[in-house]
Design a protein around this ligand. Structure first.
Ligand SMILES: [Mn+2]
Length: 465
């Protein structure tokens, strides 16, 4: 009676890379990056008593980062070896040279680089009393590779199991279904035709991996670029003699990013729209932190089904230390100018932080996508100053002859002349588009006109109240 074999599959780690857009006030920013992710991966591998940890390339961000990566990787491999956990990897485009050098410095078989010479290699894993596996993979040998690695795939390695009955697992760094990409491009069809599951590196968004023969990306091990939103972390594979039995993503990433979209239209009747917007953001952030907490608990439940040892894991390991929110404000509002001014003037919203279950959240970006709620066509109907101004704004927006006259009128004034001279004198880089003075003035007029209109409307409201 053999027990199933467990493998922790790790996507792009990029040791040496500092994640983008970290919170300015984070006390422990150095614990939000790849190094901390590796720590968590090793701790989890030991706690779950896995048989192997397999990396799908780009463990190291850059050749120059190899010395910074050496210490953490050495520690990681030692801690894995203590428990008899095998560590193996394929190299990606980022560590085509660095991974071999670091593996060499680690010595012996601390970290086995699969297909280190660029050719295909099969490596067997035979844990005592457990299902035997065969890892199939190849490594990058230079930063850019245009050839399809599957064109050289050996016939002898095809099929879900080796002739000895070992269950095969494919590991590859590749750009899928993009023949022109210089990242060892291949096709999903070519990988599927081998009859084994394939776990890929390179693209940082994880694929929805499931079933017994998935082909897709593991995703980055923790959030790196500013737009890497959603759960990140390694995948736990459970393999029986019949093949891949279970696959679960462990959201171990210390840093997570999420999108938060809010409709400012609900602030129409607000006495203090800026304060109420801050309250909305706080609610939204709390909602996201709660959802992440629930996801961590659900993952723990799934884990306990396949690995009872998971009970020894600290639940906090299954969630991020910090969550960066990409705030997008949409809808229509009569407070457009006020909100925009407040967002520009106040660092406070951008730097806003909250705590829920020990997790820090902060606004890493604010995208203003809301519009003013008043209808220019409607306002333009009267004969008061508001209507006159609305008509001018409509003309400028449409860019018709009247807009041209308005801009020409401004340029003919002394101040207009200064504006043109100032815009013409702006320093420009080589290849930059020349400044379109008319267009710049047109948008400046539009902006100034809209602010004036908002001010007039506010005055009219006050008078009516
Ligand atoms: Mn890559």
């Amino acid at each position: 009676m053999t027990r199933p074999t467990r493998v922790l599959l790790v996507g792009d780690l990029h040791l040496g890379l500092r994640p983008r857009r970290l919170p300015e006030r984070a006390a422990d920013a150095d614990r939000l990056g790849p190094r901390e992710a590796l720590e968590r991966i090793v701790t989890t591998a030991r706690a779950l008593d896995v048989d192997a940890v397999a990396f799908a390339g780009d463990l190291i961000h850059h050749l120059e980062d190899r010395f910074e990566a050496l210490g953490p990787l050495k520690g990681a491999c030692q801690r894995l070896a203590e428990r008899g956990v095998v560590a193996l990897a394929v190299a990606g485009n980022h560590d085509a040279v660095a991974l071999n050098r670091v593996a060499g410095l680690l010595g012996g078989e601390a970290l086995h680089v699969l297909g280190a010479d660029g050719g295909w290699e099969a490596r067997s894993l035979e844990p005592e009393g457990a299902t035997a596996l065969e890892f199939v993979g190849r490594s990058f040998v230079r930063e850019h590779e245009t050839a399809d690695p599957m064109a050289a795939f050996p016939e002898a390695l095809r099929g879900p199991t080796s002739p000895e009955g070992r269950v095969r697992i494919g590991l590859l760094h590749t750009q899928l279904d993009a023949a022109d990409a210089p990242y060892a491009p291949t096709t999903r069809a070519a990988l599927e035709a081998t009859g084994m599951p394939w776990f890929l590196g390179h693209v940082h968004d994880p694929s929805p991996l499931s079933g017994s023969r998935p082909v897709g990306y593991l995703g980055s091990a923790t959030a790196l670029a500013a737009d890497e939103c959603g759960a990140r972390g390694p995948w736990l594979a459970t393999v029986g003699p019949e093949g891949l039995r279970d696959l679960v993503q462990l959201p171990l990433a210390p840093l997570r990013r999420e999108r938060l979209e809010l409709d400012v239209g609900v602030l129409e009747e607000a006495a203090d729209p800026v304060a109420e917007l801050e309250a909305l953001v706080e609610e939204g952030a709390t909602r996201i932190l709660e959802a992440i907490g629930a996801e961590g608990r659900a993952t723990m439940q799934r884990l306990l089904d396949v690995a009872p040892e998971a009970g020894s894991l600290e639940e906090a390991t299954l969630g991020p230390r910090a969550v960066g929110l990409r705030l997008r404000l949409v809808g229509r509002t009569r407070h457009a100018v006020r909100l925009r001014d407040a967002l520009e003037a106040q660092g406070s919203l951008r730097e806003y932080a909250t705590h829920g279950g020990g997790i820090q959240a902060w606004i890493q970006k604010v995208e203003v996508a809301f519009a003013r709620s008043h209808d220019l066509e409607e306002l333009a109907r009267g004969n008061d100053p508001i209507a006159l101004l609305a008509r001018k704004l409509l003309a400028i927006e449409s860019g018709d002859a009247e807009a041209g006259e308005l801009v020409a009128g401004v340029l003919a004034t002394r101040r207009g002349g200064f504006a043109r001279a100032w815009l013409d004198a702006l320093p420009r880089g080589e290849g930059d588009e020349p400044v379109d003075v008319e267009e710049e003035l047109r948008s400046a007029l539009l902006e100034a006109g809209q602010e004036a209109l908002d001010a007039l409307l506010a005055q009219r409201e006050e008078a009516a109240a």
